[in-house]
Design a protein around this ligand. Sequence first.
Ligand code: HEM
Length: 480
Amino acid sequence: LRRKNAFAKNLPMAKPIKSFLGVDYSIMDMSDEERFEVMNDCFARFDRLFVFYTGPLLVLAVSHPDLVQKLLSHPDCLEKPYFYDFVKFEQGIFSAKYKLWKGQRKALNPTFNLRILHSFFPIFDECSKKLVQELKKLPKGETVNLFRYTSHCALEMVCGTTLGSDVLEREGKDEFLCALEEIFGLVSRRMLSVHLYSDLIYMMTPAYWKEQFARNKLRSFAMKILQEKKETARDTKTNGTDLDSEPETEEFKKPQIFIDQLLSISDISRSFTDEEILCNVLVIMIAGNDTSGLAVAYGCLFLAMFPQIQERVYAEIMEHFPSDGMEITADSLRLLEYTERFLKETLRHCPVAANIARENMKDIELDGVMIPAGTKFTVSFWALHRRADMWGPEVHSFDPDHFLPERCRDRNPNAYMPFSTGARNCIGGRYAMLSTKVMLIHILKNFKITTKLRFEDMRYKFGMTLKMSTDHLVQLERRF
Ligand code: HEM
C-alpha cells in the first residue's frame, strides 16, 4: 500500500481531525456537521491538489477551478468509486460502471434535449399548483419546513415526467414515492458510515431489511408500469422516434415521458433491456428529487432572508406573468433575467451536490503529478464557489449580481459548476433550472416569505446532498 501511495509523497497532506479536550477525532467519528466544517477547512487551506486519508484509503482532493475542470473532463477519469455501488440500480447511469455507462449516456443525452424538456411544462405547472394548494392549507403564520413541501413537489414532477402524469393518480403511488425517499436516505447514510461498508455487516442491521423492503416495493410498482407501457407501445407503435429531428406533429407537444423515450430508443438505436430501463427510470427519479427540492427550499430561504431581493424577483415575475392562468413557456421564462441570476447565486452558495467523487481508469497526469489508475478523487463545488481568488472580496455575500454578464466575462469560466462538468456531468441540469423556476413562480405569486433564521447562522451537514443542520423554516403570508 505504501508503495502504491508513494506518488503522493510530495503533495500536501490534510489531517481532517478535530481536537476536543486534548483528544483527536478522525473524520469518521464526527457528526455530519463537524465533518462538513473540518473538510471545508481543509479545502480552504489548500489551493491545489492535496491528500487526506479516510482509514487506510488515500483520497486526492481538489477545488482549484482549472484542476477541477481538467480532472472532470479527463476521458480516463469517468469511473465512480465503489461507494456509489450502495445506490445499487447498477444498470442505470448514476451508478453504472464506465463500460455500461458510456453507451447508455450517449443514448440518453437526447432524452433531455430542450424540445423534450419544454414538453414537460404542463407537468411542472400542475405539480406546482398542487404545492401551492397544500401550502394554502397551513394555518396563518405557522412556521413551516419548506423543504418537506418542495421535495414532495420535485418528486411528483420527476415521477410525472419519468413515468407519466397518470401515475400520480395511481393507487400505490404514495407508497412508491415514500420507498424512493427511504432508499435515498438509507443509501446516503451508508455512504457516510464506513463501518457499514461491508455487505456482511450491513446485512445484520435493521437498515438493510428496511432497504430491501423499500426496493421490492419500488421494483414491483415500476415493473408493472413498464410492462403496461410495453404492451401499449406494441399496440400503437406511435410517434416517430428520432429524438433530434424537428417536431412534425402535435404529438410532440405532449409531454415526452422518459420511460416511453427509452422504449422507443430501444426500437431504433441502442437497445435497452427491461432491467436497464427500470434502473434508469429509478436513478433519474432519485437524482432529480432531493436536488431540485433542496434548490427551491434554499432559494425561498434566501428570499426570506433578503426581502429586497425577494421584492425584485417578485416584481419581475409579476411583470411577465401578471395573470393567474398564463401559460409558462421557455420563451417567457427567458425574460426572467434577475430570477435566473438569483437562482444561480442560490446554487453558488448551496450547490446541492456539494461534493462528488471519481476514480481514474488509467494513469493520469494532474498538476504535474502522475497518478496511478484506481485513485479516488473528491471535488468540492462548495469550496470552488467560495474561492476569493475567483469571486473577489464579496465572495461570502449573497448577491445575484455576481452573475451580471460583465462580471461573468472577467471571471474564470470554471469558477462555477453546480452541475459538474465533462461527459459525466448532471444530465438533468437544464431540467432542474426549468422546473425550479416554475415552482418559484407559483410560490412567489402566492406568498410573501419571511424567516427568523439568519444568513450568517446557516450551518450545513456533510452528505450526499447538501442539507442544513436546521430545517428550512419559513413563514408564508398570502399575497391576496
Ligand atoms: C439543482 C438541481 C441539481 C443539481 C445541483 C445536480 C447536480 C449534479 C451533479 C453535481 C452531478 C454529478 C455527480 C457526480 O459526478 O458524481 C449530477 C449527476 C446526475 N444528475 Fe443531477 N443535479 C440536479 C438535478 C437533477 C435532476 C432534476 C435530474 C433528473 C431529472 C438529475 C439527474 C442526474 C443524473 C442521472 C446524474 C448522473 C449522471 C451520470 O453519471 O451520467 N439531476 N447532478
